[in-house]
Design a protein around this ligand. Structure first.
Ligand code: TYM
Length: 331
């Protein structure tokens, strides 16, 4: 039986952080044995917000290196760069005729970007969800491992696929956002303001490239308060986030100890943060070191990228042949 297709992408717009890891990459690694996986670096998407391409190659290489350092095996999955697969751009063109201005303007990420870069509200930004749908549908992927922030984009991809099928015949399956466990993940920033992000709020985001001292410094500065005054209180969201991180990188007994301290109102946040900082250093250090080695190995990077493009193009052109046939564009 053929394996179910999985696809996901990451924009090369800065250093990867714990949100990327726990929202997305951890799932990639877990899925690589059981599924037919396509993972890529979304460098076309990056152009909608980062038109200066001088740093782009370096960033693309870093995203590839960090994915491999986190455990992705380029021999098992197709790990590729978006611009190496021109078939995506053709599907994007067709899907653009099924996406309406009104719905694109209402997309949350578009509205955020208009606020952040009012001087560069380009058409690529408006049609960002259409390109993302093309990324997914070009491989007819069913599962898309992403963090919670991508939920709306997935819903739009399903709408575009349904419209295509309705107009031209049943070619494109409906993709679903995916996470092990039922909830999509959102890792908040360490000051409790919004999510960890590649380009904003850098001192409150833990990057996979941060050195040991910087990790400790950021965690010790994380927002806390004077602690609960009633037993079994609900945690404020910034405290919940620290516990989420503890759950992700510390062992079960450590987590249980601090949960019990919190519920019994005897928690000392200084001790909690010290423990979390050491566990986080031990978690990030091997990834950082391995990623740096891979990033310095240009022949290896080039081999991975070419091999990925070949696999991705084979699958993409098979879909495009079907799409053209359905649209009567096969002369
Ligand atoms: P990007 O590059 O912003 O993020 C890459 C992945 O990391 C997840 N993520 C988070 N998860 C939890 N908490 C956070 N704080 C956090 N920050 C980021 C994102 O949900 C994502 O899974 N539009 C996409 C890139 C993309 C794509 C695609 C993804 C382009 N085409 C097709 C899937 C399928 C993006 O900007 O991700």
């Amino acid at each position: 039986m053929s394996k179910e297709v999985v696809l996901s992408g990451i924009r090369p717009t800065g250093f990867l952080h714990l949100g990327n890891y726990f929202g997305a990459m951890r799932n990639y690694v877990r899925m690589q044995d059981e599924y037919n996986c396509y993972f890529f670096v979304a460098n076309w998407h990056a152009l909608t917000t980062h038109p200066d391409t001088r740093e782009l190659q370096n960033s693309v290489h870093r995203v590839i290196a960090e994915n491999v350092a986190c455990g992705l095996d380029p021999d098992k999955v197709a790990l590729y760069v978006q611009s190496d697969v021109p078939e995506i751009a053709e599907l994007y063109l067709y899907l653009n005729t099924m996406a309406y201005k009104g719905e694109l303007e209402k997309t949350t990420t578009f509205k955020d970007k208009v606020r952040q870069q009012p001087e560069n509200v380009n058409a690529g930004l408006l049609t960002y969800p259409v390109l993302m749908a093309a990324d997914i549908l070009i491989h007819r992927a069913l599962k898309v491992p992403v963090g919670k922030d991508q939920e709306q984009h997935l819903e739009m991809a399903r709408n575009f696929a349904e419209r295509f099928n309705h107009r031209y015949g049943d070619i494109l399956p409906s993709p679903q956002a995916f996470n092990f466990g039922n909830e999509l993940v959102k890792i908040m920033s360490l000051d409790g303001n919004g999510k960890m992000s590649k380009s904003e709020n850098q001192m409150n985001t833990l990057f996979l490239a941060d050195n040991d001292d910087l990790i400790r410094k950021k965690i010790m500065k994380a927002k806390t308060d004077s602690g609960p005054t009633e037993a079994n209180s609900v945690k404020p969201d910034y405290i919940e986030n620290i516990f989420t991180l503890l759950k992700l990188v510390s062992n079960e007994s450590v987590l249980q100890k601090f949960e019990a301290d919190f519920n019994g109102c005897s928690i000392r946040y200084g001790d909690l943060k010290k423990q979390l900082a050491e566990d986080m250093v031990n978690f990030i250090r091997p990834i950082r070191e391995k990623a740096a080695d891979i990033q310095n190995n240009k022949p290896l990077l080039s081999k991975i990228i070419h091999q990925g493009a070949e696999k991705a193009r084979a699958s993409a052109s098979a879909t495009l042949t079907e799409v053209r046939k359905a649209m009567r564009l096969n002369y």
